[in-house]
Ligand binder design. Structure first.
Ligand code: UT7
Length: 379
């Protein structure tokens, strides 16, 4: 399959910023590699001149347990727990909005960062299920009180969204002569809006939520030590939620025109292929990010993977040679919240005191695209 970077805003954004990062002496990339082939694109680099200073999260109040799902599809609490590690998921009910969660998470992150919303220069909302297809970020920035000439845009990269958003934020903060000093990165999704509740392969996996992180420009003490990102478009059919508009005839002169009356279909997934992709590619991606950061796994305090399946986490941890005791997981309570899963888990780990200042966290997101991204974050 031919890959087009024009159709992938996240990678386009990363690449355009990376190219400028390459020429600035202040960034000191330990190395920077971009590779484009017929079916895949990747980018990796060393530290960026910024660090995280605040984190927050929010989840819907409504909880659906595995036992509840036994009344919806032919499944069992035992099967779901054993095969996935999930017990509960939080879901938005009809009438509730994702924007409420995004704002709530953002406010908590800004509060922890001890800055004013008006200090934020850029808001990146990483989501594939925005309330508004044109993007949630500008209205969130407005509600938060980002009264500067704040730039705000959405970034769509499914479960890799928060990683790609963090890397993109780092590039803006590190760009030469950049006047961007604080970036709010939100990871949020409500995939329960798009799943097929009759499909037991997928409906048991997903929950809704939002997480947010504030990154601050810092030329002296970098907090993103290295990163790596990949898009493997040849595998996109394994996890997708495509457009399926209905025919509608409009009465233009002559015979009229059949236009497409827009909607999206249901999420479809080849679980086994996604599983194989994740266990094969994620360890390599984290290895690349660690190499870019010039560290080895012994220097990593915590492994924080996209919360998709406990068996994926166990396999990746084993391949990297890191103990499961160092693996941050809240999958049991939230299921797979897509772009929100990494910041929700990081928020809980920071607030509970598990992750301490100075700890090194190897994070990796993966999923639809197919895409994957890793960042080595120093808290
Ligand atoms: O953000 C990325 C999102 N996606 C993922 O991360 C998905 C990654 N993949 C996975 O997590 C796993 O592949 C699943 C959890 C989706 C499935 O687990 P599995 O161990 O790969 O199961 P399977 O698809 O091989 O299915 C095994 C059996 C099948 O029955 P038969 O054909 O052996 O009779 C399925 O029909 O389990 C059956 N099955 C279920 N049984 C009870 C599938 N879903 C269910 C279910 N309850 N919910």
């Amino acid at each position: 399959m031919k890959f087009s970077i024009v159709t992938c805003p996240a990678i386009w954004s990363i690449l355009s910023c990376v190219s400028s990062a390459f020429v600035t002496p202040s960034i000191k990339p330990r190395f920077l590699k971009t590779t484009v082939s017929a079916s895949a694109l990747s980018v990796s680099s060393g530290s960026m001149n910024c660090r995280p200073i605040g984190i927050g999260s929010a989840a819907p109040e409504t909880v659906i347990s595995n036992v509840d799902l036994e009344s919806v599809v032919e499944t069992s609490d035992e099967w779901i727990k054993t095969r996935t590690g999930i017990s509960n998921r939080h879901v938005l009910q009809h009438g509730e909005t994702l924007r409420e969660l995004e704002e709530k998470a953002a406010r908590k992150a800004i509060e922890m960062a001890e800055i004013d919303a008006s200090d934020i220069d850029l808001v990146i909302c990483c989501t594939s299920s925005a309330d508004d297809i044109f993007g949630d970020a500008p209205s969130i920035a407005n509600s938060l009180g980002c009264t500067k000439n704040t730039i705000a845009f959405d970034l769509t990269a499914a479960c890799s969204g928060f990683m790609f958003g963090t890397i993109t934020a780092g590039q803006f903060l590190s760009a030469p002569n950049s006047n961007i000093n604080h970036v709010l990165v939100i990871g949020a999704d409500s995939l329960t809006r798009w799943i097929d509740w009759d499909d037991r392969n997928s409906c048991i996996l997903f929950g809704d939520g939002a997480g947010a992180m504030v990154l601050k420009k810092d030329d002296d003490a970098p907090g993103i030590l290295g990163y790596s990102g990949h898009s493997i478009g040849s595998g996109y059919e394994n996890l997708r939620c495509g457009y399926v508009g209905k025919e509608r005839k409009i009465s233009t002169p002559g015979d009229g025109t059949i236009v497409s009356d827009g909607s999206f279909g249901k999420l479809t997934m080849n679980g086994m292929e996604v599983y194989k992709f994740a266990t094969r590619e994620v360890p390599k991606c984290i290895d690349e990010a660690m190499e870019a950061a010039v560290i080895t796994i012994e220097k990593v305090d915590w492994l924080l993977l996209h919360q998709a399946n406990i068996r994926i986490m166990e396999t990746v941890a084993k391949r990297l040679g890191i103990s499961m005791d160092k693996c941050i997981s809240n999958l049991d309570e939230y299921g797979n919240t897509s772009a929100a899963s990494i910041p929700i888990a990081l928020d809980e780990a920071v607030r509970s005191g598990k992750v301490k200042k100075g700890d090194v966290i190897a994070c990796a997101g993966f999923g639809a695209g197919l895409s994957l991204g890793a960042a080595i974050i120093k808290w």
